[in-house]
Design a protein around this ligand. Sequence first.
Ligand SMILES: Cc1cc2nc3c(=O)[nH]c(=O)nc-3n(C[C@H](O)[C@H](O)[C@H](O)COP(=O)(O)OP(=O)(O)OC[C@H]3O[C@@H](n4cnc5c(N)ncnc54)[C@H](O)[C@@H]3O)c2cc1C
Length: 311
Amino acid sequence: MKKISSKLIILGSGPAGCTAAIYAARSGLEPIMINGNQPGGQLTITTDVENYPGFADPVLGPDLMQNMIKQSENVGCKVYNEQISEIDFNTYPYTLKSNNYTFVTQSIIIATGASAKWLGVKNEEKYRGHGISACATCDAFFFKNKKVAVIGGGNTAVEEALFLTKFAKEVILIHRRDKLRAEKILQKRAFCNEKISFLWNSIILNINGNENPKLVKSITLKSLLDNSVSIIEIDGVFVAIGHKPNTDLFSNKLDLDNEGYLKVHNQVFTNKKGVFAAGDVHDKSFRQAVTAAGFGCMAALEAEKFIELKE
Ligand SMILES: Cc1cc2nc3c(=O)[nH]c(=O)nc-3n(C[C@H](O)[C@H](O)[C@H](O)COP(=O)(O)OP(=O)(O)OC[C@H]3O[C@@H](n4cnc5c(N)ncnc54)[C@H](O)[C@@H]3O)c2cc1C
């Protein structure tokens, strides 16, 4: 196994990791960024991105991320196509292992992101970015005057439904139980909103769509009360059943909150010296590319200070 030493290792190449890489490389730290299983992160599974500043016209998620990785390399960051499977924080400098390498480093920026939970039903993956979304803040704008469904019953689902009413003409909240888990105040707002209707005790069996243009046109539902199956016409489906932060690697090693997100203080500091967190791996409030990039910048500037003090 090859051993590689670097002052700074950045885990993940989503917007947080790439921004950290750009700042760290430009300050002469010669960082290494590790791609993981999803080079470019979550935006590589979407189509048009319209809310990342700097693009007058929509930019495709994969193109945006390819450019961010390229920009990171152009300013001097080395990128490795590896997935880290082991980290040792007990000895310093820290050690990280992948299948092919052992990385030794003074400082780490964790930007491993989070993954939206999906339903796992037929055609869901096929129509992601073509009518299926996990982010109303990102995609509601594309559903002006359309009829959409939101799946879920917690805070996120109700918040997504409320946000969607600013654009869609009709929002159906579909939940497998007969009541919502969301906070009472959110429930009240949703029940009072004329655009929102509720379909209780129901699960999605299938998503149906057209091929050309590739767009969702209906969903097949099953009632959990009497097992009856129905089809409703719909233009978009927002899956809001939660997110899972990519932190399995750090459990029992770093402080995590009760949902598994990395705990931070002063924006980006974890509980280990020289170990910083950036982006969706700790931020469960905003979950946007631009906020992840902002955290990446902060983490790199703090890592730079930390390394400077060591030298
Ligand atoms: C379908 C969809 C559409 C979206 N649309 C928009 C939008 O239009 N606008 C917007 O602002 N936001 C959008 N978002 C949200 C946005 O994608 C995220 O907020 C953003 O990508 C978070 O960036 P991040 O760098 O924190 O993490 P991620 O983008 O999640 O990147 C995580 C990185 O960590 C790597 N990694 C994970 N584990 C390991 C490991 N063990 N070793 C090494 N690497 C590892 C992964 O391979 C990946 O490269 C969307 C999200 C989704 C799912």
